[in-house]
Write a protein that binds this ligand. Structure first.
Ligand SMILES: [Zn+2]
Length: 133
């Protein structure tokens, strides 16, 4: 399902970079309404494919950069594991806790980082849910 997969990856980028993306959109001629649309669609359980693609295109236009959303996706935490399967990271063993998007709307994942509070999903507003590798 490459289409769904890439939607989930784009949503993950939004989820992890909502503040930066909103700031960028706000500087453009169309403002950040497109981001609110995406969040509203996701929270109502609708199909976010169209909304996230629109957001991607608006970002491309605002930044004059073909990377669009993907300009934010290089922090290594929003990508799948090297084989497209479960996520993996150096030094982690099966059974380690990992935190995932609570609504399963995106591929975002976050490793526990000491005393840092668990982040919220920017899309659903819920705290990321704990799972195990
Ligand atoms: Zn999320």
């Amino acid at each position: 399902m490459p289409e769904q997969d890439s939607t989930a990856q784009k949503v993950a980028i939004v989820c992890a970079n909502m503040i930066d993306i909103r700031r960028c959109l706000s500087s453009g001629p169309t403002g950040d309404a497109v981001l609110d649309d995406l969040v509203a669609t996701a929270r109502s359980g609708g199909d976010v494919t169209a909304a996230v693609n629109t957001l991607h295109e608006v970002l491309q236009a605002v930044t004059s950069d073909v990377k669009g959303l993907h300009a934010y996706g290089d922090n290594g935490r929003t990508d799948r594991g090297p084989h497209g399967g479960p996520v993996s990271a150096p030094g982690l063993r099966p059974g380690e806790p990992v935190f995932l998007c609570p609504a399963n709307r995106c591929t975002r994942h976050w490793w526990p980082q000491g005393p840092v509070p668990v982040p919220r999903c920017a899309i659903s507003g819920q705290v990321l849910r704990q799972d195990w590798l």
